[in-house]
Design a protein around this ligand. Structure first.
Ligand SMILES: Cc1ncc(COP(=O)(O)O)c(C=O)c1O
Length: 443
């Protein structure tokens, strides 16, 4: 007997998944425990625009991260799907190469005149690993200074080999077990907009750094001084500047935030929204850096398949004529302002953080996680998927925001009544476990 009769099909399937798959899912951010344990619908049958239908047939309006930031145009975008289906029907993997991979690199270079060569991969973390390998090969150095999240690979997790540096920096609980101990002291985190921290790393690791790796922006914009000093340090020390546009790219600015913010990268990496749900990643750079990719072995079978490049070309064609950054900024601002307004009316201490296009929010209350879980559960009852992070997409309309806010205007007053009653009362009302945060082992 594989399933318990009292569980819903989705909960039973996830219970089975936890037995068969270490960690239950392939991505930390898709674990049901990150939203509402034992309540989250978990598995999808179909998705379109900003709506999806779970395996039990319930339709939801999705106001979470829209495929962890990948589906910036919305799910199953008709233009992207048309291009992909055409490629699939004419065969999407064979012995020869697909011409669209050359077209895609050419198109990206047109948008980024500072770059002159590019490589393709399929996922964000592996593309960042390609960029770091190229930087190491080009400079003949081993170490990396970085800011932010860049994937699960050894070069990155190495920073936790001596002390939990990532927990202070970003995410608690990322165990580097399995990362060779000889990589200790090769990856050094610094905080965004804190140039002194980078200067101090550069001083301590003089002549050893191959790359400075960072997102151009995320929760906040960089200061002009930070942007300028980063370049000065890289030039002075012979370090390559790698800008990670995997989440920021196309969302804040068509072509990438680095263009709008004045960064001068040596290498830039795109993934996620570049394929709007179809795996494709690109690493572009100046030829003096990118030529090093010929002097080290970087090669993978599925980096040659044909779907990723046609999806990316369809995405670029579409985003060239519509203003996605302005739209997602408007949707995020409407939603954030509306939530703040309702919370204020109800006397609820709600903190909205991040930029409208990458919104996150929390209750300024000791039982934040329990309250967030209860909010999610109550919104689920109103057929809305929500979480503490909201990444608006092109498919969200102001009417969708209105529907979300109408539901929040019913749910938040319920929470207001519980605020003064403490943990036990909130958990009693919830009736299921509180959501997780960060990385923790699932048993
Ligand atoms: C900035 C950034 N870099 C790298 C990654 C890793 O990308 P992937 O999950 O596709 O491996 C992510 C994913 O969230 C990201 O946001």
């Amino acid at each position: 007997m594989l399933t318990s009769p009292e569980l819903s099909p989705a909960q039973a399937l996830y219970k089975k998944a936890k037995r068969l798959i270490p960690g239950g899912t392939q991505l930390l951010s898709k674990r049901p425990e990150m939203f509402a344990p034992e309540r989250w619908p978990s598995y999808v049958k179909k998705a379109k625009g900003c709506r999806l239908t779970d395996i039990e047939g319930h339709e939801y309006l999705d106001f979470t991260t829209m495929g962890i930031g990948a589906c910036l145009l919305g799910y199953n975008d008709p233009d992207v799907t048309e291009a992909v289906v055409k490629r699939v029907e004419s065969g999407s993997m064979c012995t020869l190469n697909y011409p669209e991979e050359v077209d895609l690199i050419e198109r990206l270079l047109e948008l980024h005149p500072w770059a002159s060569m590019g490589r393709l991969a399929r996922t964000g973390g592996e593309a960042m690993t390609v960029a770091v390998r190229i930087a190491r090969a080009a400079t003949g150095r081993d170490e990396v200074a970085f800011c932010g999240y860049h994937g699960w690979h050894d070069w990155y997790l190495a920073s936790n080999l001596k002390g939990e540096k990532l927990s202070e920096h970003l995410l608690p609980g990322l165990d580097p077990k399995g990362v060779p101990s000889c990589l200790a002291e090769t990856a050094w985190p610094f905080e965004f907009n804190q140039i002194d921290q980078l200067e101090s790393i550069v001083k301590r690791r003089a002549g050893k750094l191959a790359a400075v790796v960072m997102e151009p922006m995320r929760s906040a914009k960089p200061t002009a001084e930070f942007v300028q000093k980063i370049r000065e340090i890289c030039d002075r020390e012979g370090i390559l500047l790698v800008i990670d546009e995997i989440t920021a790219g196309w969302r804040f600015n068509f072509g990438g935030s680095h263009l709008a913010l004045g960064y001068e990268p040596d290498i830039t990496v795109f993934a996620k929204a570049l394929g709007n749900g179809h795996p494709i990643a690109a690493i572009i750079g100046r030829s003096r850096s990118m030529q090093a990719a010929q002097e080290t072995f970087i090669s993978s079978t599925y980096w040659t398949e044909g779907v990723g490049p046609v999806a990316a070309l369809a995405v670029l064609d579409k985003m060239k004529v519509i203003d996605v950054p302005a739209h997602v900024n408007t949707i995020g601002a409407l939603l954030g302002d509306g939530l703040s307004r309702i919370a204020k009316q109800e006397g609820i201490p709600l903190h909205i953080g991040g930029c409208p296009a990458l919104l996150h929010w929390a209750f300024d209350h000791p039982e934040n996680l329990a309250l967030q879980t209860l909010f999610t559960v109550e919104m689920l009852k109103r057929d809305i998927l929500t979480s503490a992070s909201i990444y608006p997409c092109w498919a969200h309309s102001p009417q969708d925001v209105e529907r979300y806010l109408d539901a929040a205007a019913i749910v938040l007053p319920k929470l207001a009544d519980l605020l003064g009653q403490g943990k036990a009362a909130i958990e009693r009302e919830l009736g299921s476990p509180v959501r997780h945060t960060g990385f923790s082992r699932l048993n």
